[in-house]
Design a protein around this ligand. Structure first.
Ligand SMILES: [Zn+2]
Length: 207
């Protein structure tokens, strides 16, 4: 499985194309901002778009969906907890914690990580975690938006902290000095992931 990362749009969003190299089937994670560019990538590399995966429903992560589906009608996956807050008129496949989604012959596991929004999820392979706005290189998602929950964010950070140090973390925005990082390093350098307890996290986050 290959992870292609693209920095697109005015808000430093990372959009991902997940490639199953054996079949050339791909999933696009959080299609937004520059759909013609994404379509060009598909065609240039002869990748077959199989599905769209959403980490959550905020506009800066989903504003390209209708345009992408006009290019090719594929299923769109989103957490069942996020679906009630999702506004684009698109039919959804609803995900729960622990579900697996396939990309060609590869598969990803859904990790429920609410806090930034009610239904934020990460998509995990054996070696990668596509984290959306749950965690950034130097930060974590805002917890002061409608649907945010600082307590849930703290719990999600603890859940991710338990995962393998070798996982490569792929965030939803380019907020940091590098574009991706091993989880083991983030456990030492990310101020929210390294919070020693809930009150430390709340203090750092200004909750
Ligand atoms: Zn967001």
């Amino acid at each position: 499985m290959l992870i292609k990362q693209y920095l697109l749009g005015p808000m430093a969003n990372f959009i991902y194309i997940i490639v199953d190299e054996s079949s050339s089937k791909v999933a696009i994670v959080d299609p937004a901002w520059e759909v013609p560019f994404l379509i060009d990538e598909l065609e240039k590399n002869q990748w077959e778009l199989e599905k769209v995966l959403l980490t959550h429903g905020h506009n800066d992560h989903v504003n390209g969906i209708e345009e992408l589906l006009a290019y090719k009608e594929v299923p769109v996956y989103l957490s069942q907890d996020e679906a009630p807050f999702y506004t684009p008129k698109v039919e959804l496949e609803r995900l729960s914690d622990g579900d697996t989604v396939s990309v060609g012959s590869s598969s990803l596991t859904v990790l429920s990580t609410p806090g930034h929004s009610s239904g934020c999820v990460c998509y995990c392979s054996d070696t990668n975690i596509i984290a959306g706005d749950m965690i950034f290189i130097d930060g974590c998602g805002r917890v002061d938006l409608p649907g945010s929950d600082p307590e849930a964010m703290y719990d999600s950070l603890r859940k991710v902290y338990q995962l393998d140090d070798q996982l490569m973390v792929w965030p939803g925005h380019d907020y940091g000095s590098v574009r991706s990082e091993r989880l083991g390093n983030l456990k030492k350098t990310n101020p929210y992931l390294s919070a020693v307890d809930k009150s430390d996290f709340f203090e750092k986050r200004g909750v």
